[in-house]
Design a protein around this ligand. Structure first.
Ligand code: PHE
Length: 334
């Protein structure tokens, strides 16, 4: 019995198999129990010898079962650990990464040009007071841009609106900052325009303002020429055209000569030869006075440029809508 049992126990591969053997040898109807039951038929001399032997066998079998049980448990744990191990060689799931929008690439470039020239960057509200968007900027009550068909008013009394230009930041800069000032302020503006290839009810402008003693139109031209050359290249050609804005006097619009046709006229510039890139002018004395600055002591210039227009020129984008639609097929090209 002993030999058979020990060999069988050592050969088991699973806990259930081992348990079956334990019952087979040590159980109530087991082989060893059967031997003990026969003890009664033995002689008085044989009985203690047989009893001792039986006990030795029982102890040996019990010990073997215990040892084999420990071995099987350890093997089972090892197998489980092996099966559950994290396989760090399996390739991970690919995460689609975005990148900077082309318009912000252009904005960052423009910002850097101004920062290098000593300008500060200001941020201001898109929900604006009518007084900042129009009145303090010297726009007469009858000015067409004040019309409800052009401007998004947020209150019945027309006192609060979505700013139609970043020019209210001129007022905020002068009121909050005081002179001297050298700042730009990029941001969103809103107008009731139908969407097409060159119009959107929301677009971006970059306002600029310089106020100090003795600032002249020559400073305006020099600064804007330097900026345009930095962005469009040293060989770019500009043209300053007289214009009108309520808050600057004199006022001008700045065109850049079409790089495609060199001013002759082609589809890129719609046959014009020139592309308008910004509005500018010397800050109107009334505007300075509205902000508590003495126009006899200080003067300044201001400008406003359309960011989308710069981005479209920079990346040769033909339709403004592409900038806002966030179509991945478009964005992935940059
Ligand atoms: N705010 C003007 C516009 O939206 C641009 C401008 C800004 C012109 C500053 C002159 C000075 O058209």
């Amino acid at each position: 019995i002993r030999k058979g049992a020990l060999e069988a126990i050592a050969g088991t591969k699973a806990a259930a198999e081992l348990d079956a053997l334990r019952v087979k040898y040590l159980g109530k109807k087991g082989e060893l129990t059967a031997v003990l039951k026969l003890m009664g038929s033995l002689s008085a001399e044989e009985r203690p010898v047989m009893g001792q032997m039986a006990n030795e066998v029982r102890a040996a079998v019990e010990k073997a079962v215990e040892a084999q049980s420990a071995i099987l448990e350890k093997a089972a744990l090892e197998a489980k650990l092996k099966a559950e191990t994290l396989d760090i060689t399996i390739p991970g799931k690919e995460v689609a990464l975005g990148h900077k929008h082309p318009m912000y690439t252009v904005l960052d470039e423009i910002k850097q040009v101004f920062l290098d020239m000593g300008f500060e960057i200001m941020d201001g509200p898109e929900i604006e007071l009518e007084s900042y968007n129009f009145t303090k900027l010297n726009a007469p009550e009858s000015h067409p841009s004040r019309d409800w068909t052009d401007t998004f008013y947020l209150t019945e009394d027309s006192k609060i609106l979505l700013r139609t230009q970043t020019s209210p930041m001129q007022i905020r800069a002068m009121e909050e900052h005081g002179v001297p000032i050298r700042m730009i302020s990029p941001g969103r503006v809103y107008r009731k325009d139908e969407v097409d290839a060159t119009h959107s009810p929301m677009f971006h402008q970059i306002e600029g303002l310089v106020v100090d003693k003795g600032v002249t139109m020559a400073d305006l031209k020099g600064t804007l020429n330097a900026v345009i050359k930095a962005i469009y290249g040293a060989d770019s050609v500009t043209r300053f055209r007289p214009h009108h804005f309520p808050f600057t006097e004199p006022s001008c619009e700045v065109d850049i000569q079409c790089h495609k046709c060199g001013g002759k006229g082609c589809p890129t510039c719609k046959g014009e030869g020139w592309i308008e890139v910004l509005g500018a002018g010397m800050v109107h004395p009334k505007v300075l006075r509205n902000c508590g600055i003495d126009p006899d002591e200080y003067s300044g210039f201001a400008f406003g440029m359309g960011l989308e227009r710069f981005a479209m020129g920079h990346f040769k984008i033909s339709d403004l809508r592409l900038i806002f639609e966030n179509d991945e097929r478009f964005l992935q090209q940059f």
